[in-house]
Design a protein around this ligand. Structure first.
Ligand SMILES: Nc1ncnc2c1ncn2[C@@H]1O[C@H](COP(=O)(O)OP(=O)(O)O)[C@@H](O)[C@H]1O
Ligand SMILES: [Mg+2]
Length: 250
């Protein structure tokens, strides 16, 4: 990805925490259109917290999160909803509703956000399932699917409203290496076909090497490396070197 790409998300001087406790301090970074942007760092460093701030789930202590011309931190009412609709999210667990079929799960966001007739919603949901090669599992229950298929169905659901940006939190957790590779291929295919921007929180080095264009690494409340994986690896920072070496081992 090159320097001239349009910026989709700008995080500015973002400080976040829980109660009085600061977890991340004065973060600045940009995500560009069409890239797979990874947020790296050891367990507990604040990756999931950052992601939740980027999708507006929490209010920061200070700073801004811009989606194009809109600051999510201060946006309210209709403006806020308009911004939130631009992205889809897949959490660590995948979290499909167990009592609904795969198709019904993917249809849920359309039920919530649109007034489309049932048949139209089903057609859209089926198209999303097709994107992740899951159309044949439409009538199955989540419990009858493998872990990898559940996650792909969750991606289809995150895609239901045609988001500009997809967020993933530790998408490969709980998957065997074959399924993890398959899921990464799905992510890359979506990016290629739909030019979607992808933000991924992870500490899975194998996955990082497969999918990342650029990213940041977090340690001790701050960004300690940024850029392409190669650029980050060349950092002289001991925390960064340790992260890459330790992760390589398993
Ligand atoms: N809801 C919460 N309330 C208070 N502290 C939290 C909460 N969620 C996470 N934390 C703390 O914030 C820090 C960062 O957590 P998290 O963002 O989950 O890290 P990561 O995703 O990098 O493993 C940890 O010390 C964690 O214990
Ligand atoms: Mg986490």
């Amino acid at each position: 990805m090159n320097e001239t790409k349009e910026v989709v998300i700008t995080v500015k001087a973002l400080t976040v925490g829980y109660g009085e406790k600061v977890i991340l301090e004065k973060l600045d970074f940009e995500v560009r259109r069409g890239e797979v942007f990874v947020i790296l760092g050891g367990s507990g460093c604040g990756k999931s917290t950052l992601l939740k701030h980027m999708i507006g789930l929490y209010e920061p202590m200070a700073g801004e999160v811009w989606f194009g011309p809109d600051n999510l931190v201060t946006a309210q009412g209709e403006d806020r909803i308009r911004i939130l609709r631009k992205f889809g999210v897949m959490y660590q667990s995948g979290a499909l509703f167990g009592s609904l079929t795969v198709l019904e799960n993917v249809t849920l966001p359309l039920d919530e956000f649109t007034d489309l007739p049932t048949q139209a919603k089903e057609l859209i949901a089926l198209a999303k399932l097709k994107l992740v090669a899951m159309e044949t599992a439409a009538s199955q229950m989540p419990a009858d699917l493998s872990g990898g298929m559940q996650k792909r169905a969750a991606i289809a659901r995150a895609m239901a409203m045609d988001p500009d940006v997809l967020f993933f939190d530790e998408h490969t957790t709980g998957l065997d290496p074959v399924m993890a590779a398959e899921l990464d291929r799905t992510i890359l295919r979506l990016r290629e076909k739909l030019h979607i921007t992808v933000v991924v929180v992870t500490h899975d080095m194998t996955s990082i090497r497969r999918i990342a264009d650029r990213g940041i690494m977090i340690a001790d409340k701050h960004i300690v490396a940024a850029g392409s994986i190669r650029e980050m690896e060349q950092s002289g920072d001991a925390r960064v070197i340790n992260f890459f070496m330790r992760q390589e081992g398993h």
